[in-house]
Design a protein around this ligand. Structure first.
Ligand code: NAP
Length: 315
């Protein structure tokens, strides 16, 4: 059995692969043979020691995975050996095997491969939570998605279009914008070379309703200024590194709202509500309303390089 280990906070290049002894399932637990683990920006933050939750090394990163149950402990009745399952375990997924609370396991619908299932919980639950719970959108509204070619960005486009919104995608490269259009965006803004506020106002034809912001930096204020009457900006993350400071007169104008999104903490504190949320997402993937992009596959020993590519905006 193999796993990726972070021995000190720092660059992802410092991650190492180590062998470990066979896992055993304790009471209420299951051992899962991991087929695929999703790679998310937050995994790089855990490794760097810059996430809001700081985990002392050594630890194995990896916040979500899909695989097959190979052993169950005493008292487990919700899964059996051989079941295909996903788990949003927070840490530990970059491994060949994991031992988890059986209650955290969710069956994978037949329509999903393990690879697809292993890479969608965080991005799709964040997007679904945002657009149905935090800034619920109405059919016909116009939504601007920043970082539109990233994990949360692509999921937000998929979710918003499935709910009947018109999506404008903003990203840094032609490749990321093309991915956003393939996901359903009707217009694009290259926000490193075009004026984001002006273009978003033009494309929104005077009424931009919602901004999805997983990026931060100067883009946040420009996007906020583009919002029309009753516009809402969802603060999801700060992939660009800088946490913007916003003058509140910009929120007052046009009766705008700034809305925080902390799906991860909400999911941990409300496991039943999170199970319901994930069920809603999986049902819509199963019936074709949502269509997660097919993930690119990498080997376990490439984890550090993939995290580096995410940090350097290459993915
Ligand atoms: N609040 C929550 O509940 C929640 C849940 C999940 C994720 N998040 C946060 O949301 C953010 C995005 O996560 P993700 O998984 O979508 O990440 P991702 O796949 O890496 O996408 C982030 C996007 O941010 C843009 N970006 C702009 N400046 C960047 C920079 N200096 N370095 C890296 N990326 C930069 C990139 O697009 P361009 O190159 O096109 O600009 C990139 O595609 C992260 O901060 C994550 O921690 C929050």
């Amino acid at each position: 059995m193999r796993r990726v280990v972070c021995h000190q906070w720092g660059p992802p290049e410092d991650l190492v692969i180590e062998e470990f002894a066979d896992l055993e399932a304790g009471p209420g637990q299951a051992v899962v043979s991991v087929s695929a683990a999703g790679v998310n920006f937050v995994d790089a933050l855990f490794v760097a020691g810059t996430y809001q939750i700081k985990v002392p090394p050594p630890f194995t990163p990896g916040s979500e995975m899909a695989g097959t149950v190979i052993a169950t402990g005493e008292g487990v009745s919700n899964v059996e050996v051989g079941d295909r399952v996903i788990s949003s375990l927070g840490l530990g997924a970059f491994a060949s095997h994991v031992v988890v609370s059986a209650n955290s396991l969710v069956p994978i619908p037949d329509s999903l491969t393990d690879t697809a299932a292993g890479a969608l919980t965080q991005s799709y639950c964040t997007a679904w939570f945002t657009l149905t719970r935090r800034v619920p959108i109405q059919e016909g509204e116009t939504v601007l998605v920043l970082g539109a070619g990233g994990g949360v960005g692509l999921a937000a486009i998929d979710v918003a279009t499935s709910l009947g919104a018109r999506v404008i995608a903003a990203a840094s490269t032609p490749e990321k914008l093309a991915d956003a259009v393939a996901m359903g965006a009707f217009a694009t803004i290259s926000y490193e070379s075009e004026d984001l506020k002006t273009r978003a106002r033009e494309l929104g034809e005077g009424q931009l309703d919602v901004v999805i912001d997983p990026v931060g930096s100067l883009h946040t204020e420009a996007a906020l200024r583009a919002l029309g009457t009753n516009g809402r900006l969802a603060v999801i993350g700060f992939a660009a590194g800088d946490i913007p400071s916003i003058r509140t007169n910009l929120v007052l104008l046009n009766n705008r709202s700034l809305v925080g999104v902390d799906w991860g903490a909400w999911a941990m504190r409300n496991p039943d509500a999170q199970s319901k949320l994930l069920g809603e997402v999986l049902e819509r993937i199963d019936n074709g309303e949502l269509n997660p992009p097919p993930p690119t596959e990498y080997r376990l020993d490439e984890a550090g390089q993939v995290l580096r590519d995410l940090l350097d905006r290459r993915l």
